[in-house]
Design a binder for this molecule. Structure first.
Ligand code: ATP
Ligand code: MG
Length: 237
């Protein structure tokens, strides 16, 4: 059983008189622990695909099995429960709650899950330390740098220890050096077993993933695996 299995996924948006097939018959299997980069031109459907995988949106047709369970037919509440327990999401523009401190942002998923305060506090402190944010715990997002904001966002996305981590251009608003730090953090989580699916425009970042999905006009055009195109004797890159 693949961790993620999409079959015949369609997502159509209506804009005035015209229809946009943001996803057009997408079928795909992703195993637990994979590191996948989703690439392709602007408008090719990358974010639409990630939003569906993250249960932030629903397909118009097709089925999505997450860990063997059909999540397309769940109610919104049931989807929210699955999302909180199994999925972390990191966005290009961080999406932190502006009025909350770094520690409070990281604590949010635990609060939503009903984890009591005496358990929350040490878990949040531990996460902030893991991401080098202990000195920024009481700062609000506007008082943090872009890289610090994204680290808070990653800490929040992973505090529930999700099985799947989705990131939509997580380095898109960061300078090169800071982006590399954030990439390294995401890759460390993947090395620990979290499935990592990253939308990126950056060929360097895409090249680091063991698998690249190339999208075009809402369809999956290529599914490339690192090493697959080289001869058996060639060293993997
Ligand atoms: N909520 C929406 N309403 C209408 N059209 C939408 C909506 N969301 C996406 N689309 C359209 O669906 C297509 C795919 O959009 P999507 O955001 O998935 O592209 P993308 O590959 O993530 O692009 P980018 O690299 O620019 O982020 C585009 O043509 C877009 O205009
Ligand atoms: Mg996008």
């Amino acid at each position: 059983m693949a961790q993620i299995e999409l079959s015949g996924i369609e997502r159509t948006f209506t804009l005035g008189d015209s229809e946009v097939h943001a996803l057009d018959k997408v079928s795909l299997r992703i195993e637990a622990g994979e590191y996948v980069a989703v690439m392709g031109p602007s408008g090719s459907g990358k974010s639409t695909l990630l939003n569906l995988l993250g249960l932030l949106d629903r397909p118009d047709a097709g089925h999505y099995l997450l860990e063997g369970r059909d999540v397309t037919t769940l109610s919104a509440d049931e989807q929210a429960t699955v999302r909180r327990a199994r999925i972390g999401f990191v966005f290009q523009s961080f999406h932190l709650v502006p009025r909350l401190t770094a520690a409070e942002n990281v604590a949010l998923p635990l609060m939503l899950a009903g984890v009591p305060a005496h358990e929350r506090t040490p878990r949040v402190a531990r996460a902030l330390k893991d991401f080098g944010l202990q000195a920024r715990a009481d700062h609000r997002p506007e008082e943090l740098s872009g890289g610090q904001r994204q680290r808070v966002a990653i800490a929040r996305a992973t505090i529930m220890q999700p099985a799947v981590l989705l990131a939509d251009e997580p380095t898109g608003n960061l300078d090169r050096h800071t982006g590399e730090e954030v990439t390294a953090l995401l890759e460390a989580l993947n090395a620990d077993g979290t499935t990592l699916i990253v939308v990126t425009h950056d060929p360097a970042m895409g090249g680091r993933a063991r698998r690249r999905l190339m999208m075009e006009d809402g369809a999956l055009r290529q599914d490339l695996r690192a090493g697959a195109a080289t001869s058996p004797t060639a060293a993997p890159t």
